[in-house]
Design a protein around this ligand. Sequence first.
Ligand SMILES: [Zn+2]
Length: 423
Amino acid sequence: MNKAADICKHTSSDLLNRVQPIASQQSLREEQLIELVEINSSSLNPQGINEVGEWFANAFNKISHDIERIHLPPWERVDFQGVVQQQTLGDLWRIKKRPHAKYQILLTGHLDTVFPLSSPFQKANRLQAECLNAPGAADMKGGLLVLLSALELLESTPLAQQIGWTVLLNPDEEIGSPSSAAILEEEAKTHDLGLIYEPALPDGNLAGARKGSGNFTCCVHGKAAHAGREPELGRNAINKAAELILELAQLNNARPGLTLNTGMINSGETTNKVPDLAVFKFNIRIETKDDAHWCTQHLETLISQYNEHDGYKAELHGGFGRMPKQLDSQHLALYSLVQEYSKQLNRPLTYAATGGCCDGNNLAAVGLPNVDTLGVRGDFIHSHNEYIQLPSLTDRAQLSALLLLHIAQHGLPFKQSRTGGIK
Ligand SMILES: [Zn+2]
């Protein structure tokens, strides 16, 4: 066991008493959660996202007045006509407290969900006394309330003087944080550790190492012609795209853990016309940074080969937005501390590697050790069966508050190595 986890065994009863008051807010948090999940905040609904963002800005205003609303550049994406579209995003919020304190903690969460305005899944539905089925309840409006509760508790104690914190609430995590990544990474460089409020698994377990991820759009241009009168003059973009897709599928497991999924395709208007455009989108998951370089080169070579095929043109857009998160010794010390305090709360947990990724990847990519599943317990996220275990609004907030109080009292669970931003 590392030193920090050992210390917490001896001092935890005092800290456990200090985090008890969080329990008295359980019914308030449940009411707030229902209010929040019923505001649609799909990544493509900036108005709804801003409504949720304003709600939290107002709530944080009780513990900090350093609140900044930041307009992000639009998200550029290639549509199924092969045209680059500018998608307006909601605003990002940055809330700071004590930027000169000894320890600097970055806490992040996303305001967006995956459920569009057109989805029938917009309301909360209580399944049992302790379970609520609702869009974004676990991923991650419940987690945002956990973050808020933990910081409110910290600010109610004198130990808070040791801790400076920054909260970032971003509007675009569910689409890969294309416009907020730069701010996340810039802030990561001036903090000692990161706490992220993605949901935990139903048993409370955490995500450990995470794969990296890249999203790509490929446009294959052919030539239109009448399918019956002069098909020989045409160049069928669907056929050419199909060849390319099958070649891409060969990349699965070409390196350990590498997966490629073509997930969307669009082409054609009618069966008697040779289609002149096919657009498809695919995602690649990787285990190491080297895999990203390897894939990028491989894709470039493949595309240039297809550009030599008579009468066809292939274009590739996109890239790797998230590098893999690997667990180094700082991460292991941090995870061990989280495990120790979970045990003190009678909720022992462990962690396991996952192919999924989140903003924890971005923070780790610039060297910030972080735990990224400190949000609520729940399951079936991104589906209409998504649910939250309501008691986790309290005990997960207590867990985060314990971590913050521990750091205030005993320091970081690893040697402070931040180079940027120490004031
Ligand atoms: Zn999430």
